[in-house]
Design a protein around this ligand. Structure first.
Ligand SMILES: *Cc1c(COP(=O)(O)O)cnc(C)c1O
Length: 418
């Protein structure tokens, strides 16, 4: 469910015609629906009302501070994976005690920053990181709240590039050795054990891998409690998938029902780290057809958004539905939708059946709210596109289009070249 619909043949975001935004801000641009963001957050969060829980939005999936602020105002915490994301979350008004810090390569600087701000907990991913966190906390004269991110060795049955909970993945601590690591953590003077964490992958379209993971973590928690290690939080990560094309992922209420049945009586506060399921279908990328080009074996639509604006198709071969902003009766044809960048992987769609659109028309690249703008780059010195937030009949630029001067920010000629 989202709020991008046609009215009399024209695509709207809520009450605003996409065409109106394009006229004002130019193309390409990202456009998010406030109503969809809100609805999706509520759908997820409300699914767990009956238990003590905290929904920590995954900042890396969509990190604009206006969007983080919106979620914070709805009661969200945040899941961060860098110092920069911590800065964003704090700027957006998120309370530090609702922030969990994941990631395999936290630097000393990032650890100190998070300790000083008083975050809820660090999800540790290696024994050496545990030593580093203990050391930073000792230096600051505090105790660092920690969980260990366990790698449950469960196949999430998703794209291998976004699978994180298998033994061969770099993430987390092997389940079997985690017990010993907890025992060591318990002996460290400046660590405070808060809980157990995991995150097995992204774009999961079935509940069973989540359920397998939960079962394994429950056994671990029981064993830890026998060792007198107190576990107050169980962080089940993110990863619930969305519909890009034909996928039929479980609704958050279905996901919640299965998990809650299994969790019964565990006596832990639950943490979730959803990203994609909340923002994925709440944002689109709008682009204009620069040229249509009919080649000897393929047709091309050359558009003004490229792999630097939306990396997912070239990075993972991901499917994004593409539709014209003006919907009218016309014939179909097959085309590659490609960007202006000098790379063969610069495409948004390949061999796609599309209505025959013409030069100058606007296209909407759907389901671009998650891992869209956040993965954009300045490759080929292209200024990154603006982000627009629509609420009802109004819209605002929540990130300005970059300028040519923005591209040069921080660059200088060294003295020895003068
Ligand atoms: C990326 C990430 C998430 C969010 O994943 P989604 O698939 O977007 O829900 C949650 N937790 C961690 C640790 C992550 O790295």
């Amino acid at each position: 469910m989202h709020h991008f619909d046609y009215r009399e043949g024209e695509l709207y975001c809520e009450e605003v015609p996409i065409e109106t935004i394009a006229r004002e801000v130019g193309t390409p641009f990202y456009c998010y629906s406030h109503a969809t963001l809100t609805r999706h957050f509520h759908a997820f969060d409300a699914a767990f009302v009956e238990v003590d829980h905290l929904t920590c939005f995954s900042v890396k999936s969509c990190s604009n501070i206006a969007i983080l602020h919106l979620f914070a105002s709805l009661g969200a915490g945040m899941d961060i994976v860098s110092g920069g994301e911590l800065h964003r979350a704090l700027q957006a008004g998120v309370e530090p005690e609702k922030i969990v810090f994941s990631g395999v390569g936290k630097t000393e600087e990032e650890i100190v920053y998070a300790l000083e701000k008083g975050i809820l907990m660090f999800n540790l991913e290696s024994p050496q990181e545990m030593l580093a966190v203990n050391e930073c906390a000792t230096r600051l004269g505090c105790r660092a709240p920690i969980a260990i991110r366990v790698n449950p060795d469960v196949d999430p049955k998703t794209h291998p590039y976004i699978s994180t909970g298998l033994k061969q993945n770099k993430f987390g601590i092997d389940l079997e050795v985690s017990e010993e690591m907890y025992a060591r953590a318990g002996k460290m003077s400046n660590l405070e054990i808060m809980g157990v964490g995991c995150h097995i992958g992204s774009q999961l379209t079935e509940v069973s891998p989540f359920l397998d993971t939960l079962r394994r973590l429950k056994l671990l928690i029981e064993r830890l409690r026998k060792l007198n290690i107190q576990i107050r939080y169980l962080d089940l990560g993110g990863g619930l998938g969305i519909t890009y094309s034909e996928e039929a992922p479980p609704h958050p209420s279905e996901y919640a029902r299965v998990l809650l049945d299994e969790i019964d009586g565990l006596d832990c506060r639950l943490i979730f780290e959803p990203g994609r399921v909340i923002v994925g279908n709440a944002g689109i990328l709008v682009t204009r057809v620069l040229y249509t080009k009919d080649g000897p074996v393929k047709n091309f639509l050359v558009v003004d958004a490229g792999m630097n604006d939306l990396a997912r198709p070239s990075l993972y071969g991901s499917y994004h539905h593409i539709q014209p902003v003006v919907d009218q009766k016309r014939s179909e044809f097959q085309a590659d939708v490609v960007g202006p960048i000098c790379e063969t992987t610069d495409f948004l769609a390949r061999d796609r059946n599309l209505p025959r659109v013409e030069q100058g028309e606007l296209l909407a690249v759907m389901s671009a709210g998650a891992y869209g703008f956040v993965m954009s780059s300045n490759y080929t010195s292209r200024p990154r596109p603006p982000e627009i937030l629509v609420q009802g009949d109004r819209f605002e630029v929540i990130r300005a289009r970059e300028t040519y001067d923005d591209l040069l920010r921080g660059e200088r000629l060294p003295d020895f070249l003068n």
